[in-house]
Design a protein around this ligand. Structure first.
Ligand code: 2M8
Length: 436
């Protein structure tokens, strides 16, 4: 059974691998290289083809800008089956953007530090992987330097995102109140995603107007970080994004330790890490909700919703044991009923929860993967096992979908696996689940 599932997962990943040396998230729907997808994909690849895993990371880093920024989509080809594509984003507006690849002018969660650490953990030949890491680690460090230098205007140790697409959790209800503060024009454009996937499972046209409007503002200022911090209607400190940065800081520190030398970089990483951890805990924990929340920096207020991002700090060892216990209790009370698979992407107890719509409720395998290791960090071994087994059960129930209905189906649900099929990170992280 296990061997069979691994074989199927490998077939999904191999089927999505492209000649340019990267893996698309899913055929049709997502025809390019995405930043955090590539990171998760490399973890799966590392189990059966370390060379491919290295290539995945190398290709992504090849698109890094001169200021250390790594874009969220690298447009390796002219495929026009995705909107908005390279012509809309116009990364060339930024003076330091890559001359080799067109890309977006926004980023995604900084997963690469801990992905390198995972590759090291999985590798059989430690010497070989360490020489790969040695070659590329400085680029990841420079990416962190970009964040701390350009994305933290009040020098808090918490970095902002300026677009919901930077969060990775695109249409989460967390952003709904921000949309109410904006009134973008009604743009005319041709959606491509809804030709691949039922519109009921994707963001609405009006939501897309907001998404495009933020990009238009950034483009007017040639993607200048200072101007974006000043003017973007969307400016958020996201617990998921910052937890990924903190976990990656920790990984870089450990990897530089293995490599030796690099004292100045280690000292800087340790400094960032301390500051970020402290501020994360003092600013983003909501004691009344018993969960970490997002902070809207533009409108200076906390966004008081519980989502799967609220639990991601467990992965980065951010809460104390005592706080972790509160957090897990909150999760089990709201998300953990026997009638549900763990872990919905948005609070099932909220009126805004939608079990079929993208980041408004369905289970995502990458979030479950973060949760699995996060729960293990704090010795919640039974719940961690449940998260792992639920993830495997969902893939067995539905296939390698992009997202899954968290409700246990007694035959009354018409379908339960949603979005893109043969989805790469679902396959890649299943391989990891089955080995751990
Ligand atoms: C989804 O986002 C893209 C935009 O980046 C889209 O909807 O077109 C998100 O789920 C994101 O987290 C993911 O990286 C991307 C590709 O899988 O798809």
């Amino acid at each position: 059974m296990k061997e069979n599932l691994i074989k199927k997962a490998i077939a999904v990943l191999d089927g999505n691998f492209q000649e340019g040396g990267f893996t698309i998230p899913s055929k049709g729907l997502y025809p390019f290289q995405w930043k955090w997808d590539s990171g998760f994909i490399a973890i799966g690849l590392a189990y059966y083809n370390m060379d491919k895993a290295k290539t995945e990371i190398k290709t992504l880093l090849d698109a890094q800008w001169l200021n250390g920024f790594i874009p969220h989509i690298v447009f390796h080809n002219e495929n026009d089956s995705y909107f908005p594509g390279a012509d809309f984003h116009q990364s060339e507006l930024h003076p330091l953007s890559s001359k080799k690849y067109r890309s977006t002018g926004m980023t995604q969660p900084p997963v690469l530090g801990f992905v390198l650490m995972e590759m090291y953990r999985i590798a059989k030949d430690k010497e070989d992987i360490l020489s790969f890491i040695k070659e590329f680690i400085d680029q990841v460090y420079q990416n962190h330097e970009y964040f701390y230098t350009n994305r933290d205007p009040q020098d808090e140790g918490l970095v902002y995102i300026y677009h919901n697409w930077e969060s990775g959790t695109d249409n989460s209800p967390v952003w709904d109140d921000i949309w109410k503060t904006m009134n973008p024009p009604e743009y005319t454009f041709e959606r491509k995603d809804t030709t691949h996937v039922d519109a009921a499972q994707r963001p609405s046209k009006r939501e897309y107007d907001h998404y495009l409007h933020i990009i238009e503002i950034a483009k007017e200022h040639n993607y200048d970080d200072g101007k974006i911090a000043e003017l973007s209607p969307f400016l958020v400190q996201d617990p998921l994004f910052n937890a990924m940065l903190i976990k990656s800081n920790e990984a870089l520190l450990e990897l530089y330790g293995l490599i030796g030398g690099n004292e100045a970089k280690k000292a800087t990483l340790a400094h960032w890490q301390k500051k970020s951890m402290e501020r994360f805990n003092s600013k983003l924990f909501d004691s009344d909700l018993g969960a970490y929340v997002h902070y809207d920096l533009r409108n200076e207020k906390a966004i008081r919703h519980i989502s799967s991002s609220s639990f991601s700090p467990l992965f980065a060892n951010i809460p104390s044991q005592e706080r972790a216990e509160i957090l897990v209790q909150t999760m089990m009370d709201n998300f953990g009923g026997d009638d549900k698979y763990l872990c919905a992407s948005f609070n099932p107890e909220s009126d805004l929860f939608n079990p079929k719509k993208y980041w408004r409720g369905p289970v995502w395998i990458n979030m479950n993967w973060l949760l699995f290791y996060g729960l293990k960090n704090y010795d919640f071994l039974d719940i961690a096992t449940r998260v792992k087994n639920d993830s495997i059960a969902l893939i067995e129930r539905d296939g390698f979908f992009e997202y899954f209905d968290c409700r246990k189906d007694n035959g009354e649900l018409e379908r339960t696996g949603y979005g893109g099929d043969n989805f790469s990170w679902s396959a890649a992280l299943l391989i990891d689940f089955l080995h751990n």
